[in-house]
Design a protein. Structure first.
Length: 363
């Protein structure tokens, strides 16, 4: 019995030593990742003009150390999956940091923190959370989470669908609605996150949602934006069908696309780059989730933000987050190699920053 007891104590001591060593390594790596090198971020940038709105002064803030209490040793048993998730997300931030410092990709990875960006970021002051909206990546569900946290509704099930995107009624203030000093304070102190997915698959989703199915009945996409793209980018002038995917790709890959973007206004948020939407090299995000691993990332984000005991992410239908390579290849099969390469050239920053591989059909 004494031998067994001694062995038990030895195993506990060994486990404790392992835990201390592990947390030391994790903390060291985390500090390295989150406190960004000013040499890589302080260069003056020209504002990226996306919409005809007034820009606010560019915001540069230091990254804060945000390491949730759940990851600190408490004497209780710790979750191996939680540790694995923490390491995955730290690796994503490390990749982001390295790509942000790549001078060859600066034009594709950096943007001014303009009003366009601040309009994309929703605020939950009660729990000190900022969420940057990246359309066609399951943002509706995250909006519901924040609506509940802000107290507009007591549960996600109670939120009417028509309220989620009605920013006059959903109780979600945008970061742009605050003063410059309040914006800087929130960017410095709050937990910040957004979600990404394979850039080309996201464009397919945007095309289908806005120009094919249009489930929310937004007629301006079909009756105003689509004709504008067709007039400039359709090669076969005798073709009378509605907007085709190859027309859409040709527009997005055109280096001079911005003259149309100005006419389309904020509707372009459904297909502009993550860089243009969320300024990931300028704003020190705490976590970046991936749509392809949302089943793991959503619970991790809730836990890291300290709100997992208050709200749950809505149930994810089976298979909905899986990357559909066949679908992507089918859509791009009718697009010329030249147009695909031009499209990739525009979205290369998104591919590199978030670890998405270059499509095989681009080679």
């Amino acid at each position: 019995w004494l031998v067994s007891d001694n062995m038990h104590h030895q195993w506990l001591l060994l486990a404790a030593c392992f835990w201390v060593i592990f947390m030391f390594m994790v903390a060291s790596k985390f500090i390295t990742l989150t406190f960004k090198d000013p040499d890589g971020y302080s260069a003056k940038q020209e504002p990226l003009i996306l919409t005809a709105v007034t820009k606010v002064e560019e915001v540069h803030v230091p990254a804060q150390k945000h390491w949730p209490e759940e990851f600190q040793p408490t004497g209780k048993a710790f979750s191996g999956n939680l540790i694995h998730q923490a390491l995955v997300h730290m690796e994503r931030l490390e990749l982001l940091r390295n790509v942000c410092r790549d001078t060859a990709l600066r034009n594709l990875s950096h943007t001014a923190v303009s009003k366009f960006v601040l309009d994309r970021i929703f605020v939950c002051d009660k729990h000190k959370i900022l969420f940057c909206q990246t359309p066609k990546v399951g943002n509706t569900q995250w909006k519901k989470v924040l609506i509940v946290l802000n107290g507009a509704f007591s549960s996600i099930e109670e939120i009417p669908e028509n309220i989620v995107h009605d920013h006059e009624k959903n109780g979600l203030p945008r970061l742009s609605s605050f003063s410059d000093s309040e914006i800087k304070k929130r960017l410095n102190l709050y937990f910040k996150f957004f979600i990404v997915r394979d850039p080309f698959e996201r464009l397919i989703s945007a095309f289908k949602d806005k120009f094919v199915h249009n489930p929310r009945f937004e007629p301006w996409y079909r009756h105003e934006i689509a004709p504008g793209i067709i007039r400039k980018y359709r090669r076969n002038r005798t073709e009378t069908r509605g907007l085709q995917f190859e027309d859409f790709v040709r527009y997005l890959g055109d280096p001079n696309h911005r003259w149309l973007d100005l006419q389309f206004g904020d509707h372009i948020i459904h297909w502009v780059t993550y860089v243009e939407l969320c300024a990931p090299c300028e704003i020190p995000y705490s976590v970046i989730g991936h749509h392809e691993t949302l089943e793991d990332d959503a619970p991790f984000i809730l836990k890291a933000a300290g709100i997992d005991h208050l709200v749950s992410y809505p149930t994810i239908p089976p298979g909905i987050t899986v990357y559909n390579r066949t679908k992507v290849e089918r859509y791009f099969s009718g697009v010329s190699k030249r147009d695909i390469r031009r499209l990739y050239a525009r979205f290369e920053g998104d591919f590199k920053l978030f670890g998405y591989r270059e499509p095989d059909f681009l080679l």
